[in-house]
Design a binder for this molecule. Structure first.
Ligand code: HEM
Length: 531
């Protein structure tokens, strides 16, 4: 199709440009103003092919919105590798080709999102932001599906539907209810760290360009010898960080529900291409008994003093989508989508997520969602050779050049597909009883405390006010349990939020630890201080 200026009027139509309206059967449409009827006043006829096609396609225009992260915005760009991981060659840690050589560029799509609201909801909500990158590498796609806050509310995927139900609207009134949110959170001490981030100024990023991105879960890197390390991913915006207060967000939202998408789209249209530096943190691949938290716990960050950030490259966003539905609604990312040299860890959230993403995408987009242009691998030079056939809306067969089209199975001696070469891989030896249990090193309050300690006064004021505003709408038993947790995080934090809602340390000293809750010595000492 010839490129045209979308603002050009019919008078500026180029010679030879045919813009005749047709059906999807290729029939020219001579009348798009009236249905076929008997006489000008009706009745309408049933063989009205153009009308029925038009209206029945319209009836199906929406696909189910994402069950979470429904509102989001996609754009495209590239990742340029430094060829190093910090000061060392990237190959020391990973054989993933996208990191291997200095200056190597890998195209990518990124989708920023909010989590809880529906597809048309406000982009200035106090809500984590999704930061999901699809790298179209030469070894196939790599999806890194993260957020802007570095941690998460829970550490076991079995709790995900519960945490999301508590944050979503009430199933009866369809209102987001603080009492439901904090009813759940007050029984979930591991959420205190995430809540401390979310209710701080960082809880409402000013735009998608002004926020960090984190992989959040713990992954592995694998080198050419099959050696592995644990890894966390970080992106730092070159625009710097900027946030909105609740009052500022209210004003923006009164004017524009889509302020973050607009900011990103317009910046790219102006040629102001946002950039992020990408870093990794690395840890030897074992349990690290010396730490009082677990490296596989996504409610924890890895302190940067102990596990320094190592630069790996720069991400630049430089192109907007050409169609929102095709490229935003139909893009499908998930934590299972890794390339050679990158691997899963045993992080229990990561494993649960990995099932959930492609499961929901088969439902939301369809069983052949990977054949759609935005999802199909771009870096592999057309090399998608599978024995998968059929399913709704299949429009291609993944044949290899020279493949016998009758052989859609493997192994075969009659011209079918062959397995790829096997590469050295770590083979972890796993021992243990089958169990349903929580990570032993929970230490649920230590990093929330650390975060509170490093906040500036104005950030603490904002945090206390934001939490107080919502907790003030909760029932007394929920308020008391939340203040109890916050006092165990930090005296000042608990006392100030308590003052904001009329709950004192004295009011909560009768509360016992939650069933199964493990307190550290420091937590016990704080509990004893309550009296
Ligand atoms: C989207 C499940 C935890 C970040 C989704 C979707 C599901 C899901 C079903 C919708 C996907 C789609 O329709 O295409 C889960 C489960 C989790 C979990 C079961 C926990 C076990 C997390 C965590 C993060 C996260 C910890 C952040 C690190 C995202 C993002 C999206 C998303 C960014 C939007 C992806 C896009 O833009 O298309 N999640 N999630 N999720 N999730 Fe999760």
């Amino acid at each position: 199709m010839p490129e045209r200026d979308p603002n050009a009027s019919d008078d500026t139509r180029q010679a030879g440009e045919d813009r005749t309206l047709t059906t999807r059967q290729g029939h020219p449409v001579a009348n798009n103003q009236s249905q076929r009827t008997v006489g000008s006043r009706g009745p309408a006829t049933l063989e009205n092919y153009h009308f029925l096609e038009k209206i029945s396609h319209f009836d199906r225009e929406r696909i189910p919105e994402r069950v979470v992260h429904a509102r989001g915005f996609v754009c495209y760009g590239e990742f340029e590798a430094s060829g190093k991981i910090g000061d060392e060659p990237a190959s020391t840690y990973t054989r993933a080709k996208l990191f291997a050589t200095e200056g190597k560029k890998t195209p990518l799509a990124i989708r920023f999102s909010t989590v809880i609201g529906g597809r048309d909801s406000s982009e200035t909500a106090r809500d984590p932001r999704g930061f999901a990158v699809k790298f179209y590498t030469e070894d196939g796609n790599w999806d890194l599906v993260g957020n802007n806050l570095a941690v998460f509310f829970i550490r076991d995927a079995v709790k995900f539907p519960d945490v999301i139900h508590s944050l979503k609207p009430d199933p009866v009134t369809f209102r987001q209810e603080p009492n439901r949110i904090f009813d759940f959170m007050s029984q979930t001490p591991e959420s205190m760290h995430m809540l401390t981030h979310l209710f701080s100024p960082r809880g409402i990023p000013a735009s998608y360009r002004h926020m960090e991105g984190f992989g959040v879960n713990t992954y592995k890197m694998v080198n050419a010898e099959g050696g592995t390390v644990l890894v966390k991913y970080h992106f730092h915006p070159r625009c710097g960080l900027a946030s909105l207060t609740a009052a500022e967000a209210g004003k923006v939202q009164g004017q524009d529900l889509g302020s973050a998408s607009r900011d990103l789209f317009e910046a790219i249209e102006r040629g102001e291409y946002p950039q992020w530096d990408m870093f990794v943190q690395i840890m030897d691949d074992h349990e690290h008994p010396e730490l009082d938290w677990d490296p596989l716990d996504d409610t924890k960050i890895w302190p940067e003093n102990d596990f320094p950030l190592r630069h790996v490259g720069v991400m630049t966003l430089n192109r907007n989508v050409s169609d929102f539905h095709n490229e935003n609604e139909q893009i499908a990312m998930g934590t299972g989508v890794l390339v050679d040299g990158l691997d899963f860890s045993d992080d229990k959230m990561l494993v649960g997520r990995t099932f959930s993403y492609s499961d929901t995408q088969r439902y939301r987009v369809g069983s052949n969602y990977l054949q759609l242009p935005v999802n199909s691998p771009k870096g592999v030079d057309g090399r998608v050779h599978t024995n998968q056939r059929g399913g709704q809306m299949s429009y291609g067969v993944d044949l290899a050049p020279g493949q016998n089209p009758h052989v859609n199975y493997e192994p075969s001696i009659h011209g079918g597909l062959r397995e790829a070469e096997r590469k050295p891989n770590h083979a972890p030896e796993i021992h243990g009883h089958l169990t349903q249990s929580v990570l032993e090193r929970r230490n649920d309050y230590v990093q929330a405390r650390g975060r509170y300690n490093t906040m500036m006064d104005w950030e603490r004021d904002d945090l206390v006010q934001n939490l107080g505003d919502l907790l003030g709408q909760c029932e007394r038993d929920v308020q008391e349990r939340m203040v109890w947790h916050l006092l165990l995080v930090h005296d000042d934090y608990g006392t100030r939020v308590g003052q904001a809602i009329g709950v004192s340390a004295n009011d909560v000293k009768h509360l016992q630890p939650l069933a199964g809750q493990v307190l550290t010595d420091e937590d016990q000492a704080r509990l004893a201080k309550l009296g």
